[in-house]
Design a binder for this molecule. Structure first.
Ligand SMILES: [Zn+2]
Ligand SMILES: [Zn+2]
Length: 144
């Protein structure tokens, strides 16, 4: 957590901006989660910061490349520290909503194939990949 904040501070300084208390608190709160977190949840954890300031901080931290957002569902995007976000991809069960993080490496050969054959740079990290976990798939079949 401390390392992230220091990195954030130096990146912002290099951009001639000050890492304000609110932004520091926001990135620390994001980094304290093992997975992605919504702005709404951050607002609950940081009641002393106005919710509009949380959104502004998240946007700015994302512009600086310190935080990334991902869409796990039809709801609002969720945020994660950039290093972690670029290392994983999310699989989300469309029945129970469970999200599973898998290594981004798993998709490396798919990325290369699509770029080579379709001249397209796939971003498999912006949206979760949807499907069904095996137990939900089994339940659907027994119900029919
Ligand atoms: Zn499921
Ligand atoms: Zn988006």
């Amino acid at each position: 957590v401390e390392r992230v904040t220091t990195e954030a501070a130096s990146k912002m300084r290099s951009e001639g901006r000050r890492l304000g208390a609110a932004r520091r608190q926001v990135i620390d709160a994001v980094a304290a989660h093992d997975g992605p977190v919504s702005a709404e949840q951050l607002a609950e954890e940081l009641p002393e910061i106005h919710v509009s300031s949380i959104y502004r901080s998240l946007n700015m931290l994302e512009e600086l490349g310190l935080v990334r957002h991902v869409h796990l569902s039809h709801g609002p995007a969720v945020f994660e520290v950039a290093d972690r976000a670029t290392a994983v991809r999310y699989l989300v069960c469309e029945v129970c909503g469970r999200a599973v993080a898998v290594s981004a490496e798993v998709f490396a050969s798919l990325h290369r194939k699509i770029e080579r054959e379709h001249d397209f740079l796939l971003d498999s990290g912006h949206f979760a990949l949807s499907g069904r976990c095996v137990s939900c798939e089994r339940d659907t079949h027994t119900a029919h």
